[in-house]
Design a protein around this ligand. Structure first.
Ligand code: FMN
Length: 279
């Protein structure tokens, strides 16, 4: 997305797209270089940070909000970058190194990871909205290619709508969270990121969502729409052309017990392992 938009274009751009562009530019022109300077021997040149600063200036000139989580993070990162550029020895605020989970934490994690199943029958109890919100938030903590955060969501709870977009293979769920992608960061830029990243982002988000649903005691099933349903969703929700409907998570309180479909051995799935094994 580098250098593609003029100031004038950015002044007119839809704020969500501008925000996406800003995150990407900060990711590629500030974040990478900054950590390489802090932890490696990279020198931060005189133009370091300029691209991101120009976009932030547009953001400010347009009076767009500064108290959004990603924008606040960008300001904090830019502040750190400014100080590092001046040669100051900086501490990364809130930075942490990974450390192994304790035994009890690992038990909880394994319960979550290995206990998640696909459920396709639900009882009549509704799913509280706060749970739906928590599940979407969990989805958005997945990694996203170039930090674009292309995911967009539609929540369906109305029984008639759920029926219209049902998977005929299973019962109608209490809630359906539809995951879409805003493809402007891929479609409307001169140097798009690798095409596959879009779907990988959505897949990563979906897995996070399914795990959060499981942690909350809900039963869910991940599924895909038919092309006709996708067209129908576009029409019903009047989606713009840059939004693509990808997949969904059906949710409710599970009313079935399922036998975990055992996985084949990981040994059968590894195609190659070059190098010496380490203890
Ligand atoms: C991309 C994707 C699409 C899926 N589509 C369907 C579907 O259309 N219908 C369905 O009943 N289950 C669907 N599932 C659920 C899988 O059948 C299920 O994950 C798999 O059998 C393993 O079972 P588990 O989720 O309980 O581990 C889908 C899962 C994924 C990841």
């Amino acid at each position: 997305m580098a250098g593609v938009f003029t100031k004038e274009q950015m002044m007119e751009m839809d704020p969500l797209f501008l925000r996406m562009h800003l995150r990407e530019r900060v990711h590629h022109t500030v974040e990478h270089q900054l950590y390489s300077a802090i932890y490696g021997d990279r020198k931060l040149g005189p133009v370091f940070g300029n691209i991101a600063r120009e976009i932030l200036e547009v953001w400010e000139a347009r009076g767009l909000p500064k108290d959004l989580p990603d924008i606040k993070w960008i300001y904090a990162l830019m502040d750190l970058a400014e100080r590092a550029k001046k040669g100051e020895k900086v501490e990364v605020p809130g930075g942490y190194l990974p450390s192994p989970l304790s035994e009890s934490e690992m038990k909880a994690w394994q319960k979550l990871l290995f206990g998640r199943r696909s459920y396709r029958h639900w009882d009549s109890r509704p799913v509280p909205s706060w749970m739906v919100e928590k599940i979407i938030e969990a989805g958005m903590w997945a990694g996203s290619g170039c930090n674009l955060e292309i995911w967009r969501f539609i929540v369906m709870e109305d029984p008639a709508v759920l029926k219209e977009f049902a998977n005929t293979e299973f019962e109608i769920e209490r809630v359906k969270i539809v995951v879409c992608m805003d493809v402007r960061g891929y479609r409307d830029v001169t140097y798009p990121p690798p095409e596959k990243n879009k779907l990988l982002d959505v897949g990563a988000a979906l897995q996070n969502m399914a795990l959060m649903a499981h942690a909350l005691g809900l039963g869910g099933c991940w599924s895909t729409f038919t092309p006709q349903q996708i067209e129908g969703i576009h029409k019903r929700f009047d989606l713009p052309d840059y939004v693509e409907v990808v997949t969904y998570l059906s949710l409710g309180w599970a009313a079935e017990k399922v036998m975990p479909p055992a996985r084949m051995s990981y040994k059968d799935a590894i195609l190659a392992w070059l190098g010496k094994k380490t203890e």
